[in-house]
Design a protein. Structure first.
Length: 264
């Protein structure tokens, strides 16, 4: 499916929720490396598993009197507002920050641009601008990319009730310095990634470049790819596919096989 979208010039933008019951800091790191290696995803954004008010998760935790952060300003999917069964609060928060760093490494950004440049309908320039948006917001602004833009606007009198309004002589010099420092950081990263884009577009092997994520599907991929065997739920997804293939072909599935798939 991802390769079909790529063949038609689509840029793949995926969300990844961190904090399901089986997740650990180590499993999250492992899964991201598998995604980088085996799936042609251009943009990946991360979220905390969040019991949003009005959701079933929130209702269940509330009925069980399980702790949830009372500050409703934090229920934006980018702040931890509950506890995890396997990870400490710090481990979960560290895993969230590490996930961004793990996906948007210079090496992997270069790989994404090479994949895009190798496609006849690819849009490596647009891919790079989107990567820059995501990467810069995390790197310099410390906010989720969906909450950030080119420059951060701050207004001295915009303060929560009870918080003191800062002096002109403190607020504006600090705001100005922050803006200049971040703009320089933007420019530095832009130059680095732009050089990668130029390299990808002028590479002698541009049109023949391939890796495991964009190589044509193989009959053995369900046995060879780590995606199906090392990730949480991978084996179960593969079992469901095989069951569905049998049904589509007009065959029958044993009750034991169906029960095993349902249990997973």
């Amino acid at each position: 499916m991802l390769q079909k979208w790529r063949d038609h010039g689509a840029i793949t933008y995926a969300g990844y929720i961190l904090g399901f019951p089986a997740d650990t800091k180590e499993s999250i790191t492992r899964d991201i490396e598998i995604i980088k290696r085996e799936l042609p995803i251009d943009i990946l954004e991360f979220f905390f598993l969040t019991p949003l008010p009005g959701s079933e998760d929130h209702k269940v935790l509330l009925e069980k009197s399980i702790w949830m952060d009372p500050d409703m300003n934090k229920y934006d999917l980018n702040h931890r507002v509950s506890h995890h069964s396997k990870m400490s609060d710090k481990e979960w928060e560290d895993a969230y920050r590490a996930a961004w760093s793990a996906f948007y490494t210079p090496e992997h950004v270069h790989t994404i641009l090479r994949r895009s440049a190798a496609c006849k309908l690819g849009r490596p320039g647009t891919t790079l601008s989107t990567i820059l948006w995501f990467y810069l917001m995390i790197l310099f602004e410390g906010v989720h990319p969906l909450e950030g833009g080119a420059f951060r606007l701050k207004f001295r009198r915009d303060r929560r009730v009870g918080m003191k309004i800062e002096s002109l002589l403190i607020f504006y010099p600090r705001y100005g310095w922050e803006t200049v420092r971040k703009a320089w950081g933007y420019w530095r990263v832009y130059r680095q990634l732009s050089a990668m884009l130029k390299q990808a577009e002028t590479a002698a092997d541009r049109w023949i470049y391939s890796d495991i994520a964009i190589a044509p599907p193989q009959a053995t991929e369900f046995e060879d790819l780590s995606l199906y065997h090392e990730t949480t739920g991978g084996e179960a997804a593969l079992a469901r596919k095989r069951r569905d293939d049998v049904i589509r072909a007009g065959g029958s599935v044993s009750e034991e096989a169906s029960a095993a798939v349902a249990a997973e």
